[in-house]
Design a protein around this ligand. Sequence first.
Ligand SMILES: Cc1ncc(COP(=O)(O)O)c(C=O)c1O
Length: 518
Amino acid sequence: MSTDGPLKALNDSRRYLDVVQKQELSKSEAEWLIETTVSNFARYYNSGFIEYRKSVAETGDFASVEWTGRGATFRDVSGREYIDCLGGFGLFNLGWAHPKVVGAVQAQLEKSPLPTQELLDPLRGMLAHLLAEITPGDIQYSFFVGSGTEAVEGAMKLAKLYTRKSGFIASVRGFHGKTTGSLSLTGKAIFRRPALPLHNNIFHVPFGDAEAVEQQLRIAREVGNDIAAVIMEPIQGEAGAIVPPDDFWPRLRQICDEYEVLLIADEVQTGMGRTGKLWGVEHWSVVPDIITSAKALGGGVMPIGAFMSTPKIWSVMNSNPFIHTSTTGGNPLACAAAIAAINVTLEERIPEQAAEKGAYFIRQLKDIAARYSDVYTNITGKGLLIGQHFVNDEIGYAVASGLFKRGVLISGTLNNSRVIRVEPPIVITRQEIDTILNRLEDTLQDLHSSISTPNVLISSNGKSAEAGSMVGAFLAGALANAEGAPLASALVKAETPIAPTLALPVAQLSTDANSAVA
Ligand SMILES: Cc1ncc(COP(=O)(O)O)c(C=O)c1O
């Protein structure tokens, strides 16, 4: 901080608050806001975001900076409109700014946004009651937090307190968050290795393989590693919408009972209707011992997470209510949003909508994937949690960026695009889905026709392999591009020089695959 730092902050905060108050921007205001945002990210937040995001690299003269949205579409500050096919990775089940959720939060805001910490907060009780009514089996008690990773941390702690054991079994490529407890469970070296050593007594097994879980429990018992719980996502989200075999979850339930360990369903991404049922485990009629929720629980308006369990297991929390606390978790604004989110989810039959629209979307994508088999390796998923699997990151990125240029936001970053999730707001219309599919076809055709012939594929391990001409030729183009000027250096007229390494060599991209996002 310089000596005049506070004075500068006072002036800057006035200007920033002015932006907060505005509903519309003039062209020059929009340009100022883009430059300021890029510069602030590069200088004060994380310049890596500038390097990897297609919203910076692929938009032309000005980076795309988000501004406002409704339903399944949103606008950036320049007025460009996008269909949201990413859905905040599960935040926006109800669409952007659902009026009933916004209305509930606004009303609560006028009364009291945050709790006293001493008196009983009525909304917290109401939300816990509603969750008891909609969660599977005898799950009845809830604790509220601010995010998915905190929900998983709470679930881990509850399992340890109840069982007085410390070990966990989780899945390879599973995702449970990035704080150190949940990160221990997450099954990806790229996220875990830099933070090692993490929580000990954690064992990872292949997802969908119940025998592997049992074997691990047998070994743990034999060698004296006490296991508190098995934790899995009902359908792996971040790994690319991976649906396990139908007998997996029922077998998990049996095995956990047999070995007297708890079963935790991490429904942070799959919950609140995303996969075509209110909770993912309902596809297999399994009742877990602990369930986590977050993301869509806040109705796409407020952050909130929860971990929930049965009266029997919760006895360890009831006997000492201060054993786990959070000053802001489950605050009145977040609870108002979640109460409205549950109401809308049930009233608008969000799980049923996800099932029906998802079945259509998956069918169409499979048809496209069959026609472009040199690009796709698979389409996976259930409901509106769908994975497009490409032959490599570079092709996936070309598709994601092609769609972005055509006004469709889909996941996939410069170095993590082999599997691209399709996770739109569940309120998306059939017409919007058809528009996305048309723009996808257009992107794929463009990719085909803009490419000439070289017949060499650089595989994700950097080695050469024979492949269809489209893939090989695209990569030849990508390599040429990668050796050229940094892609984004001319994109944004920011005062601050932004990080210069947008165009990483393709070989480097390949070895860094899956390193950027969650
Ligand atoms: C299954 C699952 N658990 C936990 C998390 C972590 O949630 P958050 O990013 O809110 O901390 C995620 C996020 O993607 C998730 O998909």
